[in-house]
Design a protein. Structure first.
Length: 229
């Protein structure tokens, strides 16, 4: 009985919270001052056609560094937790083989998925997307590869090297911004180039390559740990 009363009070509280949000909501027709500055001056200041990229990689580059760090900690935690489980060498023998459709499809799709992921983060300063999205797409290709062949073993050393080098390079590019430009991850170190071209927006394409490779390697490592658990 007490449990039902508590649930009832909890539901009433949620209704009151959302009621205030709905009743007092006022739609604004103007951007806040900071967002307005990003929209009006972002293309000229950072040279990126994708203003979201400009905000995430330059204006709020430290936030992106924090997000990459959180992902690294999460991937490390998954690996540590799964390694504490009892090893079962015979588990691969009990796995049901993938269907012929999945195996055949993977032969054509894995390479296309990997290329799409690379395209997404290389063109992150021009089109919607970026390092996190491209890295996630690359990891989805790795997932398809593992689904098609459960006995497939990923090279942990290679993934660790790619992840480490990408992270160190990312931080190094940020430090270059401090030394040669106006602050951490300031993309004007290389010059902004011609707006809308692939080789433009300064360091942003290089930054997104580092983020994409790091995210892809970290998520692939998570898949590897899940496969071996």
């Amino acid at each position: 009985m007490l449990q039902r009363i508590l649930i009832l009070f909890g539901l009433i509280g949620l209704v009151l919270v959302f009621y205030d949000l709905v009743v007092e909501f006022v739609e604004t027709d103007a951007l806040p001052p900071v967002a307005e500055h990003y929209v009006e001056h972002g293309p000229a200041e950072v040279g990126a056609a994708n203003i979201v990229t400009a905000v995430v990689v330059t204006y709020r580059g430290l936030d992106t560094l924090g997000e990459v760090t959180v992902l690294f900690i999460a991937a490390t935690g998954v690996g540590l937790m799964l390694k504490r489980r009892n090893q079962q060498p015979e588990i691969s023998e009990r796995r049901r083989p993938a269907s012929e459709l999945v195996r055949t499809g993977s032969l054509f799709l894995v390479s296309v998925i990997l290329l799409l992921g690379i395209y997404i983060f290389v063109n992150g300063h021009l089109t919607p997307g970026g390092g996190f999205q491209g890295g996630a797409v690359i990891a989805s290709g790795v997932l398809l590869l593992l689904l098609a062949d459960p006995s497939q073993k990923l090279n942990h050393t290679a993934l660790s090297v790619v992840e480490s080098l990408s992270g160190v390079t990312y931080v190094g590019l940020g430090v270059l911004g401090i030394v040669f430009a106006g602050g951490f991850l300031d993309n004007s170190v290389l010059g902004l180039g011609m707006f809308g071209q692939l080789f433009s927006a300064g360091l942003i394409p290089l930054i997104y390559v580092c983020i994409g490779m790091k995210v892809g390697a970290e998520l692939s490592n998570v898949l590897k740990n899940l496969q071996e658990a």
